[in-house]
Design a protein around this ligand. Sequence first.
Ligand code: M6R
Length: 616
Amino acid sequence: MCGIIGYIGNKQAMPILIKGLRRLEYRGYDSAGIAVCEKNPAGSEICRVRSIGKIDMLADKLAEVTLNGTVGIAHTRWATHGGVTEENAHPHVAQDGKLALVHNGIIENYRELKEHLPDVTFTSDTDSEVLAHLIAKHYQKDTGTDKDLRVAVEKALSHVRGTYGIVVMHKDHPDCLIAARMGSPIVIGIADDGHYIASDPTPILAYTKNMIFLDDGEVAEMHPDKMKIRDLKAHEITKCVEQIEWNDEQAEKQGFPHFMLKEIYDQPTVFQDAIRGRYNLHEGTSFLGGLNMTDDEMRSINRVILIACGTASHAAMIGKYAFERLAGIPTEVDVASEFRYRDPIIDGRTLVFGISQSGETADTIAALREAKRKGAFVRGVVNAVGSTIARETDGGSYMHAGPELSVASTKAYTNMIAILLLYALQFGRLKRVTTATGQRMLHALRDIPEKMKMILDQSEQIKQIAIKYKAYPNFFFLGRGINYPVAMEGSLKLKEITYIHSEAYPGGEMKHGPIALLSDQFPIFAIMTRDQLYDKMRSNIEEARARNAKVILVATQGDEQARELADDIMYVPDTMELLEPLLNTIPLQLFAYHTAVALGRDVDRPRNLAKSVTVE
Ligand code: M6R
């Protein structure tokens, strides 16, 4: 996820752009850049300044130069394609610096497009730079005297597959900015002193509350005092101007009261980002190119070890089920801080994955180094692009969850599971999974976002349950099979943001001791969806009920028997058993969130915790 800001009007652009970048920094903060069109007597010129790091670093650089101009674009980056370098930072330029572009999104066919630009020398590893050159190519092809920048943008975009929110400027059109949207948001603020363009309303609110939200396929041509918006067929359209009543603080969280809730709601979208372009439905397989292993090397693997901490280790436990079931490869999960001290058995046929949102968790880094030393194939499943784990592993995949700002991890967890499922399928298809089984799984994966939304729609009902139970000092979370790690994740979420004591157990283990704790003051939260262990789980819940424990259930939509067993119930849509955690965890995230709010906790910044644990 990246942040875009642009301005065209009668004020100096630079201060507006820098202020805007600061407001957008939560969207990405690995590098940033700014380009302003300066009008000189000899003609216009685009001046660009970029920097890696936070906006402060860019501001320091800008303090040493003067950028005069009333038209400009700027960008704060959260790297997806290409590492964190100044070369990869936006704006990207083309046509010897005459054209500049900022882009948010992913150009899926950028490799293909690159082949159609054989004469271009690329200066970055990004998909976005390809788009800048493609627009320039169409612009140069226009042989008329009045070259039309908008038409060039439209022609270039007609070849693009993927998502984009872009703003383009050209030195030969110093009074014009072109913006376009497909999948990545573009908001235009309309003010007396010009037009403001951004990825979300936050940086615009300081200037105007009158905003137009571009829809997919729309292209806006902006001048200081006028604007035209056209659809895909270049027909001019009239858009409704909306009044935005948010205050700055709320808008930063896109209207959500906390980052955690926003991130829970991000899940359907970022899940699609995680799987997009990584499978072939026809062949019933996935292909994560970053794995960097030949088919023969993959076939040679006889042990997989998944290394992670906290929430990532729960995702890893789900990955273990997937690897064993789909690929038939014995798979272990190690909490990173334990791994290196237990003298693990590793050889050249062992594949080790380090799983981490931040890519900076010290325990995980140390464990991966140990695995590397012992000769394993070491790969990463990481969210933060350019992080240590991403750099130190010999391959792997980014999970594309976007910046996760709440300390309690939510959307990174679901995307970790998505990637591990895809890897397990990729190995499985080389071994024992049939095309039909692979296709069935991929179809089910594609249905997940809609099903996630159905659960999110129950947030208000889950809130009422949370309020009812908020005063209980203890909870058990129970699950079996693939839902045991789900119970562990639900328990971790509850304890880290509410400070309520909770423990997770496999349902069948309760009777071996923990059941002694149960009473009407010790509720159990159980996952009892319709999988192969349904009847077993049901018996375990009956045992708890017999000890007067209150029962909250996560059950499959339509299961009326479950309702009879529960004091309170949350329903989830049906899916393949291996995919259940992607859905079953969401009610638990919402329960923890609403309980924390009801208790007045600092949801996004819980006590004693840090987002990234960089000490062992
Ligand atoms: O950045 P990582 O995924 O490596 O972080 C691992 C854990 O520190 C993290 O998941 C932690 O448990 C979260 N606070 C859970 O919500």
